[in-house]
Write a protein of this length. Structure first.
Length: 121
C-alpha cells in the first residue's frame, strides 16, 4: 500500500509577479526547480504565509537565474507581489521506501536567494 510523503519544499520564496491574464500555473526560476527536484508541469501545493491561502496548481519554468516566482491566472487572486510562499510537492512511497526517504528542502532569504542547500532525496 502506498502512502504520500513530502517530496520537496521551497520555503519562503517571495512572489515577484502576479499575472491575472495568464492561463494558470506558477512560474518559477529553473534553478529553484532543480534545487528542489520539481519538474515542469508537476502538481504543487502552495501556502501563502502572508494571508493563509492554500491552493494547488502546477509549476512552469521561467528564465534561469531570474529568481522569478509568479502567480499566474486564477492564482494571482490568492496572493500578491512581495508575499512569502511555501511550495510543496509530494510523492507516493511503498512501505519499504519510507525509511530511506528524505525530502529536498530549500530555504530562501527575502530576496529569493537560497540560504540552505537542499539535502539529497
Amino acid at each position: 500500500m502506498l502512502s504520500f510523503f513530502l517530496k520537496s519544499k521551497l520555503h519562503r520564496v517571495r512572489v515577484t509577479e502576479a499575472r491575472l491574464d495568464y492561463m494558470g500555473s506558477m512560474t518559477l526560476d529553473p534553478d529553484f526547480l532543480d534545487a528542489a527536484g520539481i519538474r515542469p508541469f508537476e502538481k504543487i501545493l502552495v501556502a501563502d504565509l502572508e494571508n493563509g491561502e492554500r491552493f494547488e496548481t502546477y509549476a512552469i519554468a521561467g528564465a534561469r537565474g531570474s529568481r522569478v516566482c509568479c502567480l499566474n491566472g486564477a492564482t494571482a487572486h490568492k496572493g500578491k507581489v512581495g508575499d512569502r510562499v511555501i511550495v510543496f510537492t509530494f510523492c507516493a512511497l511503498a512501505p519499504e521506501e519510507v525509511e530511506g526517504h528524505r525530502p529536498r528542502v530549500v530555504v530562501f532569504d527575502g530576496k529569493n536567494n537560497e540560504i540552505v542547500r537542499p539535502s539529497p532525496v
